[in-house]
Design a protein around this ligand. Structure first.
Ligand code: HEM
Length: 221
């Protein structure tokens, strides 16, 4: 049975099973990284490491889970990057952001599969993820850094937590949007589908395309 046939009447498929799987790989690995990272960042938060199995195991797993997170983000890039480029409609959407925040839908332009904010999150996590990996590798293997490039270690000590704090900001907004602000969004990432009303309200241009041809789900923009 193809996944599309399991979409109940009155709904449309928004995320395929592979898309959801990759998303939750990124989601769960990120939460682990955030909690253990916060534990290493401040002595006030070190209790988090105890809660997650102890300081030693948290320190060891943080690096490996970091690799899993970056792989998930790269898979996301492969799946979605063509649909994440900014369009003229996204610029109009950003101009209308105060109306979007106040739920004044009549003043918010209808957008494609992802709105400007979702695209910003995607690129933010991609670039932060790549530089977190680079700085993380330096912190993981400091002895591999040649002596004449030793200043890179000091840069990594500053860059790694700074980028992590940026991603925490993105993460808080993302979870708030997904769980509280756009009712129905969470189901799209668990069961894969959204109601037609949700699709029309938040992604009208995308809905018009998939209503005619469900296989057009992944087309740009
Ligand atoms: C673990 C907590 C998380 C929850 C509850 C969550 C929830 C969601 C939901 C409900 C959607 C669907 C939004 C829609 O299409 O309207 C979504 C999409 C998405 N998520 Fe997450 N997510 C989480 C973590 C993450 C992390 C850590 C990343 C970073 C890589 C991420 C990246 C994305 C991206 C790129 C999309 C598609 C565009 C967007 O909706 O922003 N998510 N997420």
């Amino acid at each position: 049975m193809s996944e599309d046939t399991r979409v109940p009447p009155g709904n449309v498929l928004r995320y395929s099973f592979p898309e959801r799987l990759v998303h939750w790989l990124a989601g769960f690995s990120y939460v682990y990284l955030m909690l253990t990272g916060l534990a290493f960042w401040s002595p006030w938060l070190f209790w988090l490491a105890f809660a997650l199995g102890g300081g030693t195991i948290s320190r060891e797993l943080h690096s490996w889970v970091g690799l899993i997170f970056v792989v998930a983000v790269l898979l996301m890039f492969r799946m979605w990057h063509r649909q994440m480029h900014e369009t003229a409609v996204d610029k109009e959407w950003w101009d209308a952001i105060p109306h979007y925040i106040r739920n004044e839908d009549e003043y918010v332009p209808t957008v494609g599969r992802f709105n400007g904010g979702q695209k910003l999150l995607f690129w933010g996590f991609l670039w932060c993820g790549l530089f977190l990996l680079l700085s993380g590798l330096i912190l993981w293997f400091p002895n591999w850094v040649p002596w004449n490039l030793r200043y890179l270690r000091y840069i990594a000590v500053i860059v790694h937590p700074s980028l992590a704090l940026i991603t925490i900001g993105l993460f808080i907004i993302h979870v708030y949007m997904g769980l509280a602000m756009e009712r129905g969004a969470l189901i799209s990432m668990t069961r894969g589908y959204v109601t037609i009303a949700f699709a029309k309200r938040y992604h009208g241009l995308w809905y018009n395309r998939v209503a005619d041809d469900p296989s057009a789900k992944n087309e740009t923009p």
